[in-house]
Design a protein around this ligand. Structure first.
Ligand code: HEC
Length: 398
């Protein structure tokens, strides 16, 4: 497809995905907050008559609101009844659209890194798709099994399986491809929880109500379990959505461990906040989250390459030759590398002046994080990276 059209699909898809995701996570955070702040109804008599679990008064945008939660269902089904599901479905669909557009159609650039695993793009995409489906099947089977009744055991198993997934993805895909597929796997589980468990459970409650039967409480319990899991997945998923900006982590030798560290921090910090809403203070959880972040910070800290004493400082001509050969195919006003309509991120490296001016980001991307050349498509060598490093350390002179 015309790269310019692809760029617009990317823009519109990303914008929509962001909006849908804000709506989904926003409403999900709101309902978690609401549930945690319910108190006994002020009007005792009304509370008993309606069989209320509790209520919350709030003020927002110049108006007072009173939300009431029923123990199971109200005596009469109200019309209209609002369902919260399109936030989840549209977030997932737009997320898949972006994943396919960038990482699957562009698998050769974004998903495959020959230095990690020399997969054919088609094979990589097949593995990625199997991963998303497999993640859901394994998770769903675990929740439905007897292990699913014991939340702490289930949480421990899920943590180990997610760590294995992070490790496996990092053995197969480029760093950024691995991180985004980890997030897509969790996001798929979250949306599937809504589609296959939470909404069907709510429908069963409504049906029982309409037929005058007592609703089976299993639907409520199962839906609650899944929506609690969704809450703990939100922060890790949000991190993976922005992770491609942080090549210090995605390109690290222990990228999978960094991913596990941040995911653990996100889940424990979210758990801490949810419990705090309920008036329970568990500082240990917060400490685990912060320690996990601190551990990741230390793990990913760049180690300065040993400088070779007495080695000659590379000349600018050498640096320029490397950049011309390994970077300028993409980073030129008119890229020659197939599939690029414009220089990525508007980074242009086609003149001596441009190279000197951007010495710091060139060094950062090529030596510190090794994010560039992307997927090492132009096969830069370690010796060439060392040329850029030596030149930069000696003051990046023209
Ligand atoms: C095959 C094409 C290709 C080659 C070759 C390539 N890059 Fe890039 N570069 C990209 C893409 C794509 C991005 C945008 C990545 C993203 O979306 O995060 C990028 C982004 C960048 C950025 C901006 C990073 C940021 O996050 O702001 C810099 C700086 C950069 N490249 C430098 C280089 C250097 C230096 C080389 C050569 C050593 C190089 N690139 C080789 C495709 C390429």
């Amino acid at each position: 497809m015309e790269p310019y059209v692809l760029e617009w699909l990317n823009l519109l898809g990303r914008w929509f995905h962001l909006i849908a995701g804000v709506a989904w996570i926003g409403s999900s955070f709101y309902f978690v907050w609401l549930d945690a702040h319910l108190h006994a109804p002020r009007d005792r008599e009304e509370g008993t008559r309606l069989d209320l679990a509790g209520e919350v008064w709030s003020v927002h945008g110049g108006g007072f609101y009173r939300a009431q939660k029923f123990r199971v269902a109200p005596p009469e089904l109200p019309e209209p009844l609002h369902w919260f599901k399109w936030e989840a479905y549209s977030t997932w669909m737009s997320g898949m659209f972006m994943l396919v557009l960038i990482y699957w159609l562009g698998a050769g650039v974004y998903l495959v890194d020959p230095a990690v695993a020399a997969l054919a793009p088609g094979t990589a995409v097949a593995i990625a798709a199997a991963f998303l489906v497999g993640g859901w099947l394994v998770y769903d089977a675990l929740c439905r099994s007897r292990l699913g009744d014991n939340e702490p055991v289930l949480a421990a198993i899920l943590f180990v399986l997610c760590s294995l997934a992070a490790w496996g993805l990092c053995q197969l895909f480029s760093g950024r491809g691995a991180f985004i597929h980890f997030g897509a796997m969790l996001g798929t589980i979250m949306a599937a929880n809504v589609f296959f468990v939470i909404i069907p459970g709510q429908k069963a409650l409504v049906r029982a109500k309409q037929e005058g039967r007592a609703p089976d409480p299993i639907h409520g319990l199962r839906g609650k379990q899944r929506s609690v899991h969704n809450t703990y997945f939100t922060l890790p998923v949000l991190f993976t959505m922005i992770s491609n900006h942080y090549a210090v982590l995605t390109q690290h030798r222990f990228a999978w461990l960094a991913l596990v560290g941040i995911a653990l921090a996100g889940a424990t910090i979210r758990l801490y906040l949810v419990l705090r809403h309920r008036g329970q203070s568990k500082p240990l959880l917060l400490a685990v989250g912060i320690a996990s972040l601190a551990g990741t910070f230390v793990l990913a800290m760049p180690r300065p390459a040993p400088t070779q004493a007495g080695a000659a400082v590379p000349t600018f001509a050498e640096v320029r030759a490397v950049v011309e050969q390994r970077c300028a195919g993409c980073h030129a006003a008119q890229p020659t590398y197939p599939g690029f309509a414009s220089p990525p991120k508007n980074v242009v490296l086609d003149s001596a002046d441009a190279i000197v001016r951007q010495a710091q980001t060139i060094h950062q991307q090529t030596v510190v994080t090794k994010a560039m050349p992307i997927g090492n498509l132009t096969q830069i060598t370690e010796a060439e990276r060392a040329v850029i490093d030596g030149w930069y350390r000696a003051g990046a002179k023209p």
